[in-house]
Structures are given as structure tokens and as C-alpha cells.
Design a protein around this ligand. Structure first.
Ligand SMILES: NC(=O)c1ccc[n+]([C@@H]2O[C@H](COP(=O)([O-])OP(=O)(O)OC[C@H]3O[C@@H](n4cnc5c(N)ncnc54)[C@H](O)[C@@H]3O)[C@@H](O)[C@H]2O)c1
Length: 339
């Protein structure tokens, strides 16, 4: 039996990792979260109780909370973080405070334990500055130097904390004798991902009958990774032996334009109005696509869901969810920031 702790385990990717592991035998799973974004709803309660999963609730910026954890997990997934471009502009100070505290507290706790291996979730945002400033290769491999284009811009607070995390996890692991691996995600999407990501935004705008539909950054490219593929590769990276200190780019190499993404979403939603190209927000990069050769060769990772198939599943889920009148839960921070 492997003991697994998923920090940030009620969030989009964390919950899907838990679901994936729960379907396989041989795991004792604990989720830790403060439900900042992760939903504490009937679905979570049903899933955790049916699968014997422990839930530890609390704000992990408080180091005293770590005393609730065991000290001998085989695998510790570190996903807790404040995520989303909107938050970086509305509360950049909180991004720095919360994400730094989560990383620091987790590392300081890990060094006192007998936990065997940890996985830190990073982002392509850490390196995109190097593409823009120095013309690095796209699709981009893991050995690209990390680079922030404008250290004062609030948007980059998130990437700055992820760079700290990458360095912190690799170096604490080396000094305190546990294993650590880093995954850098590239636009992971799918049902139940919240309402802050680009795809749910687009779906909501179509449901609001925006016409003409503004296609912000129409010729920018991205590659979108369906949640099942992200989970598959994350678990492979964690469970592969002799991977200490390795970094993996996780995503797909299907590079599409934002224009293609929007128009295909529109066709799935039977939109018959006009489209109008429009500029995007400052700091948004023109191309982003991972080179996943390393994950393919070393982990045996093969993305299985192409973008049109994944987008259809996602659109169907959101349309059903929104039209059923359910609450558009995002976080208590949203409510606070409105007050
Ligand atoms: N989704 C993506 O496309 C993507 C891309 C790059 C990197 N990542 C990284 O992957 C990880 C998971 O992403 P996600 O999309 O599942 O995000 P998410 O926001 O759904 O999950 C993060 C979880 O962390 C929890 N959390 C936040 N602050 C906390 C605190 N103080 N104490 C305890 N828990 C706290 C949230 O409640 C949430 O459940 C994140 O670290 C994110 O930065 C995701």
C-alpha cells in the first residue's frame, strides 16, 4: 500500500489525480486543501467517503497545520497554489505571500519527515520570457533557461513563485535526502476546472451571446492538454524510479491558434454570429508549445485525447453545468475582493 498526500488535492488537477489513483488498487490517499478554489461540495464528500480518502482542511500558509499530516508518505504531490491571471493583477501581493508560504512551509515540513518522494507542479510561464526575449525554440524542451520579461509586472508574480518552487524542491531534496521531480504544465483543461481558465471564459461568453465575438490574440498559439493526459503523465513522473531532480514538460504538441480554439468552440455551441479579431492583454506570449520528447521517452507518456475531442467534452460539461443553474463557485477570495 502506497501512502499518498495531495496538497491542493481538492483543486482541478489534484482531484483528478485522486480519482485516477482511487481507481487503482494499493493507495491510501489524503487530500489537503483550504477550498480556496477546490469545491467542498456533495461530489467531493461522496467521492472521498466512498474511497476511504482522508481530507485535511486548512490554510497551509499556517505552518502549524502540517502537524496534522503523517510523516511517512511515499508520494507527496504539491499542487497548492493561487492560480490564474486575474488574481495576479487583482492581488499580486497575495500571490507572492500565499504561494511563497505554501512552498516554504511544505519544504520545511518535508525536511523533518521520512517522506520518500515529492512532485512540484510548475508552469510554462517560468520560461516563456526566454522565448520572447531571446527567441528560444518552440516547441520548447526542459533545458530552456527560466526568464521573467518584466519583473515589476504583476502578471509575473505567479511565475516568480513557481521558479522559487522549482529551485526549492530540487535543492531541499538534495540536502535533506528525499526525491523530488518537477512537472511544468501547459494549459491543462477539462470539466470542473473552475471559471478562471480561458476555455470556461470563452464558453460563458458564447452563452452570453457576445456578438460580434471578440477574438483576443487570434493568431497567438497554444497547445491544450486534456486533464486525463496531464494526470497520466504526472503520476508517471511521480512513480518512475531514479528521476530525482528531473523536470518534465507536460502537455501536447498540438499547437493551435486562439482563433481556431474560439471558432471551434463556437461551432460546438451552434454560434452563428460574427467574429472580430482583437488585441490581447500585455505580457501574453505569441507562441507556447512544449516539447514532450523527454516525457515520452523516459516516462512512456503518450497524450491520448486530441484537442477537438477534449474541447467537446469540456464544452458539454460546462454548458450542462451553467444551464442547470448551479452556482459558479470560484473562491472565497473573489467574494472578499468584491466587498
Ligand atoms: N491548470 C493548469 O493549466 C496549470 C498550468 C500550470 C501550472 N499549474 C499548477 O498546477 C497546480 C494545480 O493547478 P490546478 O489547475 O489544479 O489549480 P487549482 O486552483 O484548481 O488547485 C490548487 C488548489 O490549491 C488550493 N490552495 C490554494 N491556496 C491554499 C492554501 N493556502 N492552503 C491549502 N490549499 C490551498 C486551492 O484551494 C486549490 O484546490 C497549481 O500549483 C498550478 O500552479 C496548473
Amino acid at each position: 500500500m502506497k501512502k499518498v498526500l495531495i496538497i491542493g488535492g481538492a483543486g482541478f488537477i489534484g482531484m483528478n489525480i485522486a480519482r485516477h489513483l482511487a481507481k487503482r488498487d494499493g493507495y491510501k490517499i489524503t487530500l489537503a486543501d483550504n477550498f480556496f478554489r477546490g469545491n467542498k461540495d456533495a461530489e467531493l464528500e461522496k467521492f472521498t467517503s466512498e474511497n476511504g480518502i482522508d481530507v485535511i482542511e486548512g490554510d497551509l500558509t499556517d505552518p502549524s497545520l502540517y502537524s496534522k499530516f503523517d510523516n511517512d508518505y511515499d508520494y507527496v504531490y504539491m499542487l497548492a497554489s493561487v492560480v490564474g491571471v486575474d488574481y495576479t493583477t487583482s492581488m499580486p501581493n497575495e500571490i507572492i505571500r500565499i504561494n511563497t508560504a505554501l512552498i516554504f512551509n511544505t519544504l520545511e515540513w518535508l525536511k523533518t519527515t521520512q517522506c520518500k518522494k515529492t512532485l512540484f507542479t510548475s508552469t510554462s510561464e517560468c520560461y516563456v520570457g526566454a522565448i520572447e526575449a531571446f527567441g528560444y525554440t518552440v516547441p520548447t524542451p526542459e533545458d530552456i533557461p527560466l526568464c521573467i520579461q518584466d519583473i515589476g509586472h504583476p502578471r509575473f508574480t505567479y511565475a516568480t513563485t513557481k521558479m522559487l518552487g522549482e529551485s526549492g524542491f530540487i535543492n531541499y531534496a538534495r540536502v535533506f535526502d528525499f526525491d523530488s521531480v518537477i512537472v511544468r504544465y501547459h494549459n491543462v483543461y477539462g470539466p470542473r476546472m473552475g471559471f478562471k481558465h480561458v476555455i470556461p471564459h470563452i464558453i460563458q461568453r458564447f452563452l452570453n451571446n457576445e456578438n460580434p465575438f471578440q477574438v483576443y490574440g487570434h493568431d497567438q498559439t497554444r497547445s491544450f492538454c486534456y486533464i486525463d493526459d496531464a494526470v497520466q503523465s504526472t503520476v508517471l513522473a511521480m512513480e518512475q524510479e531514479d528521476e530525482n531532480g528531473e523536470i518534465y514538460h507536460i502537455g501536447t504538441m498540438e499547437e493551435i491558434t486562439i482563433g481556431e480554439l474560439i471558432r471551434y468552440t463556437g461551432s460546438l455551441m451552434n454560434y452563428e454570429g460574427e467574429y472580430e479579431n482583437a488585441p490581447t492583454y500585455p505580457g501574453s506570449v505569441s507562441r507556447r508549445c512544449p516539447d514532450i520528447t523527454k516525457a515520452t521517452e523516459r516516462l512512456g507518456y503518450e497524450p491520448k485525447v486530441n484537442w477537438k475531442e477534449g474541447l467537446k467534452k469540456t464544452v458539454d460539461w460546462y454548458v450542462e453545468y451553467i444551464q442547470s443553474g448551479k452556482e459558479l463557485h470560484e473562491s472565497f477570495y473573489d467574494n472578499k475582493s468584491k466587498s
